[in-house]
Design a protein around this ligand. Structure first.
Ligand code: MEV
Length: 324
């Protein structure tokens, strides 16, 4: 039984602000999670996921048990379950979208077992319900990227018709997501090694916004400005300018309080080794950093690897691999 793999993600602009209605831009990491074995089971779901140290079923007392249980009830059709084993190329809690990738893959696998034909928008909608168990009230950006992949402009509310004027051809993936046709420069992603909890980081920002609504909205508005500036530069291939936009966004995330000493250290290392820009990607507080390094990809990757960080090369929206 073959199941299409799901994607990881790297957010370039708009994390956190997207939860409060601002747009975000991210890209998928194809083949991040793959089903290795799948067979139908009569009445429950059993998952083996070594990357998460998990081997259990829907009666497991933890979060994953809850997710598997919800999945079984959520999908329409015959009440069939499944046993599956999943290989993950991304670590959990690294800001690279592992929970969304798992949610999409679980939906696809059970749909296959139950003989359901679900289009991508429906897969995404169901995966989002599972993401809510992981993260509370996520924006939907991660599950959108895990499902559709490519370079994507997303916002929580529907995009108007006609679509906003964009610097590149865009196609509607869903009411909230537009797929962008643009060439990506060489980038590098590095893992701080410190796991984070998206739910916790989002809650931190929510409380900050409650305490300081005006200041926080100003930061979000600035983040949105960085996004449009960055998108223009990306589409025109103006890498130096794109680097400045990424650096500005990192500064704003620091002011928002979601950076960390580990993130700051990776950002500094990247800039010192020739990156044009670098910022945290995802919820922050640990997790991963993305660096724009056309022509200096190897230097940045080597510097991060030497400092003990897991590192990936990103060569466009279809090609990413572990740096050795
Ligand atoms: C997490 O990958 C991205 C956040 O913006 C949360 C969300 O969009 O739900 C921090």
């Amino acid at each position: 039984m073959t199941v299409p793999p799901s994607q990881g993600k790297v957010i370039l602009f708009g994390e956190h602000a997207v939860v409060f209605g601002r747009p975000a831009v991210g890209l998928g990491l194809p083949g991040a999670m793959v089903v290795e074995r799948l067979r139908p089971l009569a009445d429950h779901v059993k998952l083996c996921l070594p990357a998460w140290n998990f081997d259990g079923c829907c009666c497991h007392p933890g979060l994953l048990g809850k997710v598997l249980h919800r999945l079984f009830e959520l999908l329409p059709g015959r009440r069939l379950g499944m046993e599956l084993s999943v290989h993950s190329r991304i670590p959990p809690g690294a800001g690279l979208g592992s929970s969304a990738a798992l949610a999409v893959l679980l939906v696809r696998a059970l749909a296959r077992v139950r003989g359901l034909e679900l289009d991508l928008a429906e897969q995404r909608r169901l995966a989002h319900v599972l993401e809510e168990i992981f993260h509370g009230r996520p924006s939907g950006l991660d599950d959108t990227l895990a499902c559709f992949g490519g370079v994507c402009l997303f916002r929580r509310r529907e995009w108007s018709k006609p679509l906003p004027a964009l610097p590149v051809p865009a196609r509607r993936l869903s009411a909230q997501a537009l797929g962008l046709e643009c060439r990506l420069p060489e980038m590098v992603v590095g893992y701080t090694g410190r796991e984070h909890q998206t739910r916790h980081m989002v809650e931190l920002v929510r409380r900050r916004r409650q305490r300081q609504p005006q200041e926080t909205e100003v930061l979000f508005a600035e983040m949105e400005r960085c996004l449009w500036w960055g998108l223009d530069s990306l589409c025109a291939g103006r890498w130096a300018e794109l680097g400045l936009a990424l650096n500005s966004n990192q500064q704003l995330l620091e002011l928002l309080g979601v950076s960390s000493p580990e993130i700051a250290s990776l950002v500094q290392l990247a800039r010192r080794h020739g990156a044009l820009g670098a910022k945290l990607t995802g919820a922050g507080g640990g997790g991963a950093v993305v660096a724009l390094a056309p022509g200096n990809q190897r230097e940045v990757a080597r510097a991060w690897s030497r400092a003990g960080h897991r590192t990936w090369y990103l060569d466009g929206a279809d090609d990413w691999r572990m740096a050795v």
